[in-house]
Design a protein around this ligand. Structure first.
Ligand code: MG
Length: 366
């Protein structure tokens, strides 16, 4: 080996050493950020105009990774609880960000629950490590970008007039997600079918309580071009759900009934598939494990989101090539998105080649 070669090798080793571990350790910053919704968001149980969130930044030797916690009030986390959780962390003890398993196991162990706050650290760490690797996560996981599914776009519960308008605005999406369970299910579907024949999926948010009526609805919905039913019955109605899944002509997807990795074993045989959301499962590491386990159990997988910026949505999109369905429209529902990342092209989730989450700041936050 020539002297020049050796010098070059030493330089590379020195650079890698400098970039991969630090005397200072990981440093975490976070800022509360209210996500402003373009439309009032109505679920079977509540309505709201904004979602509290918290944006995070992890730094090591000048390299930064971005993360996010989105905290819809019905899930029990808040600006206060997330702030308390993040203040309780000592991340500067970790000098090597590649020890992701140790770091994230520690984060998970500090307090129970707090899944969105945990996700805000997990996502930032993935962004940081992806940048150090100079690869987007879907590539590091070995996934093919072109295999991403179309995303659904959510049509909330509203008057027929507003629903028709929302469906027109959703022109270009290849799958619409319809919120049901407010007692006007047939009207909602018929209103949408009066303006479009695009495939639909429905999210009942636990709104149906009678399994025989639920089964009748699934047959009718199939005739209307619906492809799956998300959380049709209460999460506690396990026997009814298992019966419905067994008889339903449409796949059933667990959302509220399932949060983290061990919950998949309880959902097996009760639902046809699961809706994985980073904010429920503490982030990308566990989401990746859930995806792998669900597929091994021959269950359907949907990747979903809360109302989120392009940060958390782009993080979830890294898993999308392996998902049967995706519901990654959370960033499209807000008016103050500070990041650009994954895009929707002709209805399809479109990943870019930028490292980590593939996002950039379009409005300076930190
Ligand atoms: Mg849902």
């Amino acid at each position: 080996m020539s002297l020049i070669g050796l010098t070059g090798l030493h330089k590379t080793m020195a650079t890698n050493k400098k970039r991969h571990s630090s005397h200072m350790g990981l440093s975490l910053r976070f800022i509360p950020y209210n996500l402003e919704l373009a439309h009032v968001f109505t679920l079977a149980s509540s309505s709201r105009t904004n979602t509290p969130a918290l944006l995070t930044m992890l730094e090591l030797d000048g390299v930064v990774g971005y993360g996010e916690a989105s905290m819809p009030p019905y899930l029990g986390e808040s600006m206060e609880s997330a702030t308390r959780f993040l203040n309780a962390l000592n991340l500067s003890q970790f000098k090597d960000p590649f020890q992701m398993d140790d770091i994230l196991t520690y984060v998970d162990s500090v307090l129970p629950n707090n899944t969105a706050a945990k996700a805000s650290v997990d996502i930032a760490l993935h962004d940081l490590v992806g940048k150090l690797l100079n690869q987007p996560w879907y590539k590091t996981w070995g996934y093919t970008a072109s295999k991403t599914p179309n995303t659904s776009f959510t049509i909330g519960i509203d008057t027929p007039e507003v629903v028709r308008q929302k469906v027109k605005e959703a022109d270009g999406f290849k799958l619409l997600k319809v919120k049901l369970g407010h007692g006007n299910d047939v009207e909602m579907i018929e209103t949408i079918r009066s303006v479009t024949d695009v495939p639909l999926c429905v999210d009942v948010n636990q709104g149906w309580t009678d399994r025989h009526k639920a089964l009748e609805m699934t047959h009718w919905l199939k005739e209307q071009g619906v492809v799956f039913v998300e959380q049709p019955m209460p999460k506690t109605a396990i026997d009814d759900m298992a019966w419905l899944t067994q008889h339903s002509p449409l796949p059933t997807i667990a959302d509220e009934a399932l949060q983290r990795l061990p919950d998949i074993l309880k959902a097996q045989g009760v639902y046809s598939g699961i809706n994985i959301k980073l904010m429920k499962c503490t982030g990308m590491r566990e989401a990746h494990q859930m995806l792998t386990l669900a597929k091994a159990l021959d269950m359907k997988v949907m990747i979903g989101c809360m109302t989120e910026t392009s940060c958390a949505v782009s993080a979830a999109a890294q898993l999308a090539p392996q998902a049967d369905w995706a519901d990654l429209d959370g960033n499209l529902l807000i008016t103050n998105n500070p990041y650009a990342g994954m895009t929707i092209e002709n209805g399809k989730i479109t990943l870019n080649d930028a490292p980590g989450l593939g996002i950039r700041e379009i409005k300076q936050i930190f």
